[in-house]
Design a protein around this ligand. Structure first.
Ligand SMILES: [Zn+2]
Length: 287
């Protein structure tokens, strides 16, 4: 947290600290897609599935490549933890760390959700969200982060002096994936991964760089919409933190359900092509 300084600053400390940063992954290599064809594809689409995720629970759902899915706040402010897997191979799953490196700490319209190595391709594209007006607030907070991993019972146990809590998003997603796939619980657990924190409002404190949360600005009717670019299994947990204004990993917060809807467009978005797996040859320099 950089609060303790055991070593004196060198004479050129200010000069070194004053060097301007460069963006690690320049966005020129990943231009924001033209969203017009994606929005046009909504005309006449048909809802083919919906699932309501109960509070402090998770549910899985299937979305075929070329279909859209929408997560909507209903009944009250609520954040959700989203996992994505390839239907073809559970080892291909959402890679929050690389997505963060490519798009930044919080996702918005036009950003992708990228998959794990060796696949590394866009699994889904964010095509719309109604909280795009929020931007970054005065605290540095924003919605839809890829920094917070997921609430889990192991960290809770560590920080609470041995507490056992079973409704964290990690456990909710574990049960949901086990139910969806038929895998034993502990095998399913190994496929649960760092999430997209849907609607959650988070950032890093300016003085200590600590992860913070604050009451989500989400209200019933707000949604986050995606195009599935490969055949997906989604997993969504309605976080026990509710709107995450106070605490998670307990039953203290007011919690609400989340709605997931899947839409089949009349035709795929014009110009859209389903991505193939990554083009790296995987030789790693060995013949
Ligand atoms: Zn959670």
């Amino acid at each position: 947290m950089k609060l303790i300084h055991d070593h004196p600053a060198p004479a050129d400390a200010a000069a070194r600290q004053g060097v301007a940063p460069v963006i690690c992954y320049p966005v020129e290599g990943l231009p924001r897609p033209d969203m017009v064809p994606f929005h046009a594809a909504r005309a006449g689409w048909a809802k083919v599935a919906e699932v309501t995720v109960p509070p402090r629970e998770a549910r899985c759902f299937a979305v075929a490549a070329g279909q859209f899915f929408r997560i909507t706040s209903i009944e009250g402010p609520q954040v959700g933890d989203l996992n994505l897997w390839s239907q073809a191979d559970l080892r291909e799953r959402f890679y929050s760390g690389k997505t963060r490196a490519l798009h930044g700490t919080h996702l918005s319209t036009g950003d992708g959700m990228w998959s794990s190595f060796p696949f590394l391709r866009r699994m889904a594209l964010i095509t719309d969200h109604t909280l795009d007006w929020y931007g970054f607030d005065a605290f540095g907070g924003a919605v839809h982060d890829v920094i917070g991993t997921r609430c889990d019972p192991y960290t809770h146990n560590l920080l609470s002096g041995g507490g056992q809590y079973h409704q964290c998003c990690h456990s909710n997603l574990t049960r949901a994936l086990a139910d969806w796939t038929g895998l034993p619980l502990h095998e399913a657990e190994g496929h649960v991964h760092d999430v997209l924190n849907v609607f959650m409002c988070t950032g890093f404190t300016r003085d200590t760089g600590q992860y913070f949360m604050k009451a989500s600005p989400v209200r019933p009717g707000d949604h986050l919409e995606f195009l599935a670019e490969i055949d997906l299994i989604g997993g969504l947990s309605a976080c026990p933190g509710g709107d995450c204004s106070a605490e998670h990993s307990s039953d203290a917060a007011a919690c609400h359900p989340l709605l997931v809807e899947v839409f089949q467009p009349v035709a795929p978005p014009a110009g859209w092509v389903a991505p193939g797996v990554n083009g790296y040859d995987r030789s790693h320099g060995r013949p």
